[in-house]
Design a protein around this ligand. Structure first.
Ligand SMILES: NC(=O)c1ccc[n+]([C@@H]2O[C@H](COP(=O)([O-])OP(=O)(O)OC[C@H]3O[C@@H](n4cnc5c(N)ncnc54)[C@H](O)[C@@H]3O)[C@@H](O)[C@H]2O)c1
Length: 370
């Protein structure tokens, strides 16, 4: 018997269900039939996902006899751009996708963010379905309603909040994901545990091998637990006015490194988050907020699973710390000359440290990574 789960996101008239498991699309055919109810369905995906998993998706949807319009765009972060957004919207208009029709974002976080934004703009909002295909998008980006493209200057600065009608996390899609991408998604799972849930961290520490081997039970469990934690945070603070910022643990340093390396293959998002968690926990220890042993548990775990915690593991060149600080100053948590940082008091005990001075951060980075 397959392990299949359901998580609810309760947001008044924007509430929705997330279904998780192997071949979950086929298992939810009756719900999908009622949802689509003879409406037009437009699927937007990228070339890699099309090549590797579109047939799997089609096979699971076959009994619904949908008439599907399909758009395949180029894979990669570069597709979170004005030109891809324009192309997507013009295509949807040409295909006469109306307000009551459905747009399916079938892919990783790039497709989810781009297509989510297009769905929110077209006719001031067309029904959106998220079918995430990377581990990162299954545990994180497909829920919560953040959509975005990048400007030439900064990442994710053009966007909207737009919740999907349903999210389908089918773990069978993960099979063709390369190992490095899979581990990058695992980093977001680890982040959830570090900030919110010590027992979840212990579960990861005991089951990491089975998770990396993509065993059904363990993968379904960790995707479900991560999504339940994120759903709880989003329900309390949909628009990130306060506690939702906790989800940024590891991201403030991490985004600065991603920008430093030009959002290239040199450093994937989850790898950058791992480096950021390494620094945020070290700073927490230095400020005598976090016991040294708690950080050691993270270090030990990252070594076992193969996630980097120290930028010097990936980069032999001397880092330009001023540039890294400048990138940190682009962060949305900057307040005047200071920044709010997500630090830890223990494993599972994240909190927002308000107004940390950039001079302190620079001194810390000089001592830690230069
Ligand atoms: N909206 C949010 O809340 C949120 C949260 C976190 C990250 N993000 C965004 O998510 C993006 C990163 O997402 P990502 O890591 O999923 O990257 P991605 O969408 O670029 O996917 C990574 C690579 O894997 C390929 N791929 C996807 N699924 C596959 C599959 N099943 N088999 C084989 N190849 C597959 C893609 O074509 C791509 O080359 C970033 O732009 C980030 O800003 C958004």
């Amino acid at each position: 018997m397959n392990n299949q789960e359901r998580v609810e996101v309760s947001l008044a008239d924007r509430s929705y269900s997330i279904y998780i498991g192997r071949n979950i699309i086929e298992s939810t055919n009756s719900q999908l039939k009622a949802l689509f109810n003879k409406k037009k369905v437009a699927i937007i995906t990228d070339r890699n996902v099309f090549d590797n998993q579109y047939e799997n998706l089609r096979n699971q949807l076959i009994s619904l006899e949908l008439s599907i319009e399909l758009l395949v765009i180029e894979p990669g972060e570069k597709s979170k751009s004005w030109s891809s957004l324009q192309k997507t919207l013009e295509w949807l208009i040409k295909k006469e996708i109306g307000k009551n029709d459905y747009i399916i974002a079938f892919g990783g976080g790039v497709i989810g963010d781009l297509v989510g934004l297009a769905a929110s703009l077209l006719r001031r909002g067309v029904n959106l379905v998220q079918i995430p295909t990377t581990l990162l998008s299954q545990v994180d980006s497909s829920i919560g309603g953040k959509t975005a493209i990048n400007s030439s200057e900064a990442k994710n600065v053009i966007g909207s909040f737009y919740q999907p009608k349903i999210v389908l996390c089918d773990i069978s899609f993960l099979k063709t994901l390369d190992k490095r991408q899979f581990l990058s998604g695992y980093s977001e799972i680890l982040k959830m545990a570090m900030v919110f849930d010590k027992k979840f961290f212990m579960y990861l520490d005991e089951n990491w091998k089975q998770i990396l081997d993509q065993r059904d039970n363990q993968i379904t469990n960790v995707v479900t637990t991560s999504l339940s934690l994120k759903a709880m945070v989003v329900e309390q603070d949909e628009r990130e006015k306060g506690e939702r910022a906790l989800l940024n643990f590891g991201h403030t340093f991490g985004h600065a490194f991603e920008s430093y390396f030009g959002y290239s293959e040199k450093l994937l998002h989850g790898e950058a988050v791992a480096l950021g968690m390494g620094l945020a926990t070290q700073l927490s220890v230095n400020l005598k907020l976090l016991p040294y042993e708690a950080r050691e548990k993270l270090v030990d775990h990252c070594k076992k699973v193969g996630l980097p915690l120290d930028i010097r593991q990936l980069n032999n060149e001397v880092l330009n710390l001023d540039m890294i600080i400048d990138f940190m100053k682009q962060d949305k948590k900057v307040v005047g000359k200071n920044i709010n940082l997500i630090l830890l008091k223990g494993i599972g005990k994240g909190f927002i440290e308000k107004s940390v001075k950039f001079e302190l951060i620079k001194k810390f980075l000089m001592e830690t990574i230069s």
